[in-house]
Design a protein around this ligand. Structure first.
Ligand code: NAP
Length: 298
């Protein structure tokens, strides 16, 4: 079946009912799609069957039940182990792989799917499990644009489903980059919590003020990305030297309060390297160049 033959868009199969797969299946059910589920240990499908899902007795039955097959397992070798023996049944279907992995694993999975006549979308769930099914849950996909267009209404029932491009490796690239963003943000937040805690501040009261501060941080992203792209770093948001002095205050205050200093220490050392690279008078976003050139070039 070619993608243009108007496949049935009312049915979806979900293979792998762990924390994430269960939420995916629930979101499809809630959106009214006929949802067939398979999991290695059958007990995990009981609650979904009670909610209206159809239980597939075998992986093959799950694959053949729907034109759209969503797989969510711990890693790509497990996906290959589960789908490999029934891969010929994927012919003419679309495989959406929401398993976390590397860009190379995604490229290899796309090649295997193409070899079996299946369209392939690699994907990543970016917003944990609790938000799945809500518009604010970000899901990124890459691979066949045709397949994404065909099944976008189904995938939209998971949340804010975004197609990044035809290269299947893009989803894991974004997945890892966005995780890096989240961890960097959370590392700063956790350091802040320890610092204000050491000063006797109520953590929840601090979180309220911190939340109100976040729009300023996010307002910098697009402009600083443009600066990184152009290689021109105006000083409107502070120079490397200005931020270096400010972060020294944070490190000093943290040490004075008896808390660890690795989190500010990491950024401080990057700013020092940026200054050594000749960016002391450049805008703070010039630190991207220091990071991008890699430690081996220092
Ligand atoms: N949980 C999250 O918040 C989250 C967020 C974003 C992305 N993800 C990604 O989603 C994927 C799944 O994560 P999860 O949290 O749903 O994992 P999980 O709760 O640990 O569930 C793992 C699932 O894989 C199945 N499984 C494990 N080994 C298997 C095998 N050899 N053959 C067949 N089935 C096997 C398990 O089946 P049994 O029940 O039989 O053990 C279970 O259904 C991962 O790649 C993860 O990185 C998760």
């Amino acid at each position: 079946m070619s993608r243009n033959e108007n496949p049935d868009q009312s049915a979806v199969s979900v293979i792998g009912l762990g924390q994430m797969g269960t939420r995916l299946a629930q979101a499809f059910l809630a959106a009214g799609y006929t949802t067939t589920v398979w999991n290695r240990s059958t007990a995990k499908s009981d609650a979904l069957v009670a909610q209206g899902a159809l239980r597939a007795a075998t992986v093959q039955a799950a694959v053949t039940a729907s034109p759209l097959v969503v797989v969510c397992l711990p890693d790509y070798p497990t996906v290959q182990g589960v789908l490999g023996p029934v891969a010929e049944n994927l012919r003419g279907r679309t495989l959406v792989n929401l398993t976390s992995g590397t860009p190379q694993e995604a490229a290899d999975a796309a090649d295997r799917a193409a070899g079996h006549g299946a369209a392939y979308l690699d994907g990543a769930a970016m917003s944990g499990t609790r938000l799945v099914g809500r518009p604010e849950a970000l899901f990124v996909f890459s691979g066949s644009r045709d397949a994404f267009d065909t099944y976008e209404p189904v995938l939209r029932s998971l949340g804010n489903s975004v197609h990044l491009g035809a290269d299947p490796a893009l989803a894991p690239v974004y997945d890892t980059a966005l995780f890096g963003l989240a961890w960097g943000t959370l590392a700063g937040f956790y350091h802040s919590l320890a610092l204000v805690g050491s000063a006797g501040v109520d953590p929840a009261a601090f979180a309220t003020v911190a939340t109100a501060h976040m729009p300023f941080i996010t307002s910098l992203l697009t402009e600083h990305a443009r600066q990184a792209q152009s290689g021109v770093f105006p000083d409107d948001d502070g120079t490397v030297e200005v931020h270096r002095a400010a972060i020294a205050h944070l490190a000093h205050t943290s040490a004075t309060h008896g808390i660890r200093t690795e989190v500010p220490g990491l950024f401080r050392s990057l700013l020092e390297q940026a200054a050594a690279d000749g960016h002391g008078a450049s805008g703070i976003a010039s630190v991207v160049e220091t990071i991008a050139k890699g430690a081996h070039n220092e």
